[in-house]
Ligand binder design. Structure first.
Ligand SMILES: Cc1ncc(COP(=O)(O)O)c(C=O)c1O
Length: 431
């Protein structure tokens, strides 16, 4: 019998049943809220990429690398030595140790591929991986494609009637986390600063997670791709630096976030040789190596950030962008979460009164109310955002249905214009 392909037509060759898991075949939120489906003048605060280029001196380094011969060819699967040395020099001190660029750093094709390779290297069929919800959606298929079983532990939204809460008001329940651990649990994914909540996990929270990881012998994948973005001097704690945690933690970082270069696909992992070596074996057989010229450019970028005080300046710029957005939420009179880190802010859309007879496309009908709210906002006022129920499992999706995620990795002018446009929602905000 011929198989049925993704479009429902008969296919000669059946695709792998793997694609039926991890929502790989479902129409993803990025496609639904894609610019192509929205009004042409819609301001895109949806997908988390910048509407400005990487800094000129990093672009210049990329051009120079493209003009050389060696940097246009395969790099060592571990990553270019210059980049691994630059990572050691810049980030090593924040791990309170001399990180060995030969055995403890692995350059990957973005954070995504690094995470995928860790799953390939460590998961046996049926191993459980704990994810805090809301979670970065890519984790799910990356886990299931590698035979893992996701287990969900929700972050609990602020229990307050106040309009303004902070991302720190989203809390974890360590007893709930303990209850989620079984004899099949292999790994916990921590994401701090967090996408989409903007939460920066406190030292005490990370100590609680670390204690459980040690008690049950779990690997911790610490996704810290937004570690350069914490606001108001909020302390970013690396779980790898807590006592006893280096040996069981792999830290994930991304040049895409650090240098406004999400399309460059350069990221890296830092961890003990016992985690990096098997992951190197996996990444070598998945991509062999990451793209060479842009690794070289990122190396030059990291070599210069200190002298140029680039991350300090960038952080201040993002704080200004965040404040423009949240002051628009405040003026509009909706509930919202002020993020302590990352470049996302959540608006509570549960008080937006969506007209019953509004014409929605099929793609958002049958999904959470937040899908309809985000569609309505995009069409009514021309600002696109992302519905947060997409970052939850089906069982917990109702928690996310109250929120829309706004990405503020956009220039000040765009954010100001978006803030002004949002005020047109006032007549729909329920008291
Ligand atoms: C939490 C989180 N982890 C990982 C990634 C992926 O990073 P990269 O673009 O380097 O693959 C993202 C991108 O949005 C993210 O938000």
């Amino acid at each position: 019998m011929a198989a049925v392909n993704t479009t429902g037509n008969k296919a000669l060759i059946p695709f792998s049943s793997r694609l039926r898991e991890g929502r790989a075949l479902a129409e993803d939120v990025w496609s639904i809220f894609n610019a192509a489906n929205l009004p042409a003048d819609c301001l895109n605060l949806g997908q988390g990429y910048m509407n400005f280029p990487p800094p000129s001196w990093v672009r210049q380094a990329a051009e120079e690398a493209l003009a050389r011969t060696d940097t246009n060819h395969y790099s060592h699967p571990k990553g270019r030595l210059r980049l691994r040395n630059a990572i050691r020099d810049f980030y090593g001190p924040s791990f309170n140790r001399e990180v060995d660029p030969d055995t403890e750093i692995l350059v990957t094709s973005g954070a995504n591929e690094g995470q995928y390779s860790v799953f390939t290297a460590f998961l046996e069929q049926g191993d459980e991986v704990i994810l805090f919800e809301p979670f970065f959606d890519q984790y799910l298929p990356s886990v299931t494609f590698n035979g893992g079983v996701p287990v969900y532990v929700p972050l609990h939204p602020p229990k307050t009637d106040a309009h303004k809460s902070t991302s720190g008001d989203w809390t974890i329940d360590l007893d709930e986390l303990r209850r989620a651990i079984t004899s099949r649990t292999k790994m916990i994914i921590v994401n701090t600063p967090h996408n989409p909540v903007g939460k920066v996990f406190t030292r005490a929270e990370l100590e609680g997670i670390a204690a459980l990881a040690q008690e049950f012998n779990l690997l911790v994948m610490s996704d810290e791709v937004y570690d350069i973005l914490t606001f108001e001097d909020k302390e970013h704690v690396r779980i790898a630096t807590l006592p006893g945690m280096w040996d069981r933690t792999v830290t994930v970082q991304s040049a895409g976030k650090a240098f406004a270069a999400t399309g460059w696909r350069v990221g890296w992992l830092i961890g003990p040789e016992s985690i990096i070596r098997p992951t190197l074996a996996a990444t070598t057989r998945i991509v062999f190596c990451s793209n060479s010229p842009l690794q070289e450019a990122v190396a030059q970028g990291l070599e210069q950030v200190k002298e140029k005080q680039f991350f300090e300046t960038q952080r201040a710029e993002y704080e200004e962008r965040r404040d423009i957005l949240i002051s628009a939420f405040e003026k509009l009179g909706v509930k919202y979460t002020v993020p302590d880190g990352s470049y996302f802010a959540l608006m509570d859309v549960s008080t937006i009164d969506i007209p019953d007879d509004y014409a929605f496309p099929q793609s958002v009908l049958g999904r959470g109310r937040d899908f309809r709210a985000c569609w309505f906002i995009a069409l009514e006022v021309g600002v696109s955002t992302i519905p947060v129920s997409e970052f939850y499992c089906e069982e917990h999706a109702s928690i996310g249905e109250s929120y829309a995620r706004f990405a503020f990795c956009k220039d000040v002018d765009t954010l100001k214009r978006a803030g002004e446009r949002l005020q047109a929602l006032k007549k729909y905000v329920k008291a």
